[in-house]
Every structure is written in structure tokens, then in C-alpha cells.
Design a protein around this ligand. Structure first.
Ligand code: NAD
Length: 438
């Protein structure tokens, strides 16, 4: 099938590449000329495991191309995916300007029937606005399908190629069948393709992210209570999560959720609820808890150093909002580093993939270290902010030699308090007993 994907970010690039990989003829469109040029030259602008090889293969086989020319792409395709960003607007609502602009532009250049698929995360009812814009901008027939994306950054290719389920919202059966057909190769192992109305599809995405965010905030509150009462959240997690009604996933305590989806989607659904006279107080609490949790490590630092942080140096391991991505949008590392800088600290950072992104945020206010141990040289303590796998089994003797004192604040609970005590570290995890050397 001939398709075009408008918006070549995390979602658009992964979706376009995976559709090309399954034999479709795909054109990816973006307004960012530098991004398109980089992709044409074989440089992938984001880090996502497996993506580069997949792009290379499809480009070489002539099934995947990149352009800034929307008209050519739309005329080439039967199905046009809209995968542009829907960032949070000032009032917490989604900013849909990019989606509406693409709809208008697509409508203007269409030269026959098209299926326009909204893949961006958009509030319930957006399909009606997109359909209105399209029908105002073209004389040709058009169907609007809502097809929210559930991929996780860091495992996006795997999620796209082997989804738990695919959600297709459509009012026209033929359009639903066309999109269903595109996903069929990824669902051969039995993943269901759920066809529903557009509004339910749009709602499914928000409800799903909001529930996952709720699990995280819930467990973070439990962790904070565990610290006060002397319980260990990692044991509690197992005790709770092994109940099959609950499950173990998304119950890790840490520094809260970040990224481009959970924070903004939670706020967007609160906003949508407000527009319809519903105070979604549960999700307001989820958002509040998360904002507080992002500051937990800094609070622990203040506590340990009795508020006197000025002149201290900290080595930070992990900057991306989660492992296996270079995405730092709403990452807990950002607020932490800002707090440290405001308190007069020096900050030395290391991340396996997000250093370039960090440079665009902090410029020369902090120092960047290609090697994780280098970031600890002469530091007062190590702060673990992202649970990259490569941090899990470090050379603890080397860490001790590099730090001024053997002190670690672990925002992701990657090590065992008991082991850390035995190794001679003062160790502060989240929701677990600390190990303090006296
Ligand atoms: P992104 O910011 O990485 O990419 C968006 C791209 O759209 C950018 O490259 C931008 O240049 C391009 N763009 C903007 N306006 C354009 C226009 N008029 N024409 C062509 N291109 C245009 O965003 P993303 O992370 O890929 O997210 C896209 C959507 O998918 C959002 O609604 C997001 O909520 C949703 N989503 C994201 C994820 C994720 O993990 N990132 C997962 C599920 C859903």
C-alpha cells in the first residue's frame, strides 16, 4: 500500500519505518529541513534501538523516502498518517495547531479519495474538527480514522512490530478495513485489532496513559510512606503485584514519570474533563504527586548535607527520562540539575545517549563526560537518575576511589541497600531503608 506519514518524530519515524519494513511504499514528511536532510543522508536524528538498521534496509530497498514536500507525498498515498506533536498548551490543554495545519494542507493538495489517520495523541472530539477542516479544504471524499499509538520509547520498534493491541476508531467500514489491513502483518501472532468509534479510540489512549501514570504515582506515594514507617517498597511491590488482579508492571518507585506523553496526557485529560464539567481530582493528585516526586532526590541531598549544598560537586548518572532513549522531555534530571545549580553546586553528568540533548538545555553550566566514572572524579556523591542497564554492575571500588566520600543517592533503586552497606557506601534509595555508615 502507498502511504505517507506527516511528522517524522519518534512516532512518525518508527511507524513509517515499520510500515515500510512490512512491504508498503512509504514517504515520511517533515517541515524540519535539517531532519529530512539528515535522514536522506542516512543519519537518524533520534536514538531508538534497532531503528537505524531498519531505516537503512527499507531505504536501500526503495520503500522508504523522506521529504519536506507534502503535496508529492499526499498525491503518492492512499493513506495519510498525521503524527505531528501535540504538546501541552499554556492552560494544560493539548496544542493542536500542528494537527489542524497538516489537515488543512493535506486537504488542499489531495487529488482523490484519501484515508487520513490521526496517530498523534489528540483529545476526544478532535476527529470531528479534523474532518471539518479536511472537508472544507477539498472537494474529494475523505475518511478520518483515529489510530492512537501505544509504543514506548526505548522499545518502540518492538512495540510497533508486536503490539499488545491495535486500536482503530472509524465511522466508515471501508476506511477501517484499509487501516486494519496495514496492521495485519504485525498482528499475526494474535494481537487483537479493536475497531471502534473515533471518540472511544481517542479516549482509549488517554485513559491508558492516565492509568499507567496513576500506578506510578500511587507507588511513589507508597514508597514515601515506606521510608517513614521503615518498610521496603521493593518487597511491598512484589507482595502487591503478584496479585494477578494487579500485576507487577509500572509499580516501581523512583523519581516520577517524565517524557513527552504521560505528563502532558494526564494534564490534557484533566482539561478535557474540566471542559465537560468533571473535576478529575484523582488525576490532579497523580500530577501533583509526580511533580513532588521529581524533587525527592534533591530533598534527600538537602537533608543529608543539612541544607548546605553550596560549593559541592555532584556526579549524575542518567539524564534521559528513561533508559534506552535520548529523550529528555520532562525528565526528572532537568529539575534536579536546575535545583543543584541554583544552590551553587557543580554538576558533572554522564548519559549513554542523551548528552547532546542535555547540551542544548544546559550548555556550559555543567560538564559532560563520555565515560560514567569520569563524571564522579572529585564529586561529593553519585546521583543515579536514570536506570540505564550499563549502570547496574559498576566497579564499586573505582566509584569509591573517585568520590570524595562514598555516598550515593539512587533515584531508581538499582542496587540493594544491604550490599551497599557491606561495600561501605552511604546509600539513599527511594522507599527502601538507607544504608548510612557511621
Ligand atoms: P516529535 O516532537 O518527536 O515529532 C513531531 C514531528 O512533527 C517533528 O519532527 C516536527 O518537525 C514535525 N512537524 C510539526 N509540524 C509539522 C507539519 N506541519 N508538517 C510536517 N511535520 C511537522 O513528537 P512524537 O514524540 O513523535 O509525538 C507525536 C505524537 O504522538 C504526539 O501527539 C504524541 O503525544 C504521540 N505519541 C508519542 C509517543 C512517544 O513515545 N513519543 C508515544 C505515543 C504517542
Amino acid at each position: 500500500m502507498r502511504i505517507c506519514v506527516v511528522g517524522t518524530g519518534y512516532v512518525g519515524l518508527v511507524a513509517g519505518t515499520c510500515f515500510a519494513d512490512s512491504g508498503n511504499d512509504v514517504i515520511c514528511v517533515d517541515i524540519d529541513e535539517a531532519k529530512v536532510e539528515a535522514l536522506r543522508q542516512g543519519r537518524v536524528p533520534i536514538y531508538e534501538p534497532g531503528l537505524e538498521e531498519l531505516i537503512k534496509r527499507s531505504v536501500e530497498e526503495g520503500r522508504l523516502t523522506f521529504t519536506t514536500d507534502l503535496a508529492t507525498a499526499v498525491r503518492h498515498a492512499l493513506v495519510c498518517f498525521i503524527a505531528v506533536g501535540t504538546p501541552q498548551g499554556e492552560d494544560g490543554a493539548s496544542d493542536l495547531r500542528a494537527v489542524f495545519k497538516v489537515a488543512e494542507d493535506v486537504g488542499r493538495v489531495m487529488d482523490g479519495y484519501r484515508v487520513v489517520v490521526i496517530k498523534s495523541t489528540v483529545p476526544v472530539g478532535t476527529h470531528v474538527q479534523v474532518r471539518d477542516i479536511l472537508t472544507r479544504s477539498t472537494k474529494f471524499p475523505v475518511d478520518v480514522v483515529s489510530n492512537p499509538e501505544f509504543m514506548k520509547e526505548g522499545a518502540a520498534i518492538e512495540d510497533f512490530l508486536k503490539p499488545d493491541r491495535v486500536v482503530i476508531g472509524a465511522s466508515d467500514e471501508r476506511a477501517a478495513e484499509i487501516v486494519k489491513d496495514l496492521y495485519a502483518p504485525f498482528c499475526r501472532a494474535g494481537a487483537p485489532i479493536l475497531v471502534m468509534d473515533n471518540a472511544s479510540a481517542e479516549m482509549t489512549k488517554y485513559a491508558s496513559n492516565a492509568l499507567l501514570a496513576t500506578k506510578i504515582s500511587f507507588m511513589n506515594e507508597v514508597a514515601n510512606l515506606c521510608e517513614r514507617v521503615g518498610a521496603d517498597v521493593s518487597l511491598v511491590r512484589q507482595g502487591v503485584g503478584l496479585d494477578t488482579r494487579i500485576g507487577l508492571s509500572f509499580l516501581y518507585a523512583g523519581l516520577g514519570y517524565g517524557g513527552s506523553c504521560f505528563p502532558k496526557d494526564v494534564r490534557a485529560i484533566i482539561h478535557t474533563a474540566g471542559d465537560h464539567g468533571i473535576d478529575f481530582s484523582l488525576l490532579r493528585a497523580v500530577d501533583d504527586v509526580n511533580n513532588r516526586q521529581k524533587r525527592r532526590l534533591f530533598e534527600k541531598l538537602q537533608g543529608f548535607y543539612n541544607g548546605s549544598l553550596k560549593g559541592r560537586t555532584f556526579g549524575v548518572w542518567g539524564l534521559s527520562f528513561k533508559p534506552r532513549t535520548d529523550d529528555m522531555r520532562e525528565a526528572p534530571s532537568i529539575g534536579l540539575i536546575e535545583d543543584l545549580l541554583r544552590s551553587g553546586c557543580s554538576v558533572r553528568v554522564h548519559d549513554p545517549e542523551a548528552m547532546d540533548v542535555a547540551r542544548s538545555i544546559f550548555a556550559d553550566k555543567i560538564t559532560y563526560h563520555r565515560q560514567n566514572y569520569e563524571a564522579l572524579d572529585g564529586a561529593d556523591a553519585l546521583l543515579v537518575v536514570t536506570e540505564w542497564n550499563e549502570f547496574r554492575r559498576p566497579d564499586f571500588d573505582r566509584i569509591k576511589r573517585l568520590l570524595k566520600e562514598p555516598v550515593i543517592f539512587d533515584g531508581r533503586n538499582i542496587w540493594e541497600p544491604k550490599t551497599m552497606r557491606e561495600l561501605g557506601f552511604t546509600y539513599f534509595p527511594i522507599g527502601r531503608p538507607s544504608a548510612v555508615q557511621r
